[in-house]
Design a protein around this ligand. Sequence first.
Ligand code: E4P
Length: 214
Amino acid sequence: MKLFIDTANVEEIRKASEWGILSGVTTNPSLIAKEGRDLLDVIQEITSIVNGPISAEVISLEANEMVAEGEKYAALSDNIVIKVPMTIEGLKAVHAFSKKGIKTNVTLIFSANQALMAARAGATYVSPFVGRLDDISFDGLTLIRDIREIFDIHGISTEIIAASIRHPMHVLESAKAGSDIATIPYKVLEQMTKHPLTDIGIEKFLADWNKSQA
Ligand code: E4P
């Protein structure tokens, strides 16, 4: 499973990209708004840090407007992916983008049928939201398993991005469920690097080494 970072904060992206683990970036309007910066400026800056796919989400809700907006983002760089909400207008826009050879990520996926329709419209990626389903007492990981099963049975190549990741267990379980990608907040990426026995082990190695040098 590939690891993307889910943020519009360029410092977080810069730091995580130095670890060598990042395959891509996803943003959304809430994440961009949190930065208080112009959307195009942020996306442009991210393209100077990451070579992999970078999702930029459209604000428009009508298909033609989504296409016009997405084309502006796509013109920034070859690795821009246009993130489109899972609506009928969104499906029409995804279909139009796929005919133009522009990659798409269909977001706000909460059912396997939505994922199937997005894939059939030509989506490059679908983003099922694990955490937001868990928040309302539905099992977000069952959704990942269902989409994986359906895509495998029917030979669908659209990639699954496990999104709305809240903690390291979501990442672990998404990987076991066969998600192609998880898009992960910086804090969770950091948590994933840690284990108390690693810290204790380093401390002991150094203590033993220093004793032998005394
Ligand atoms: C997906 O691409 C979204 O940006 C994101 O994962 C949403 O997560 P949230 O539910 O924590 O807002």
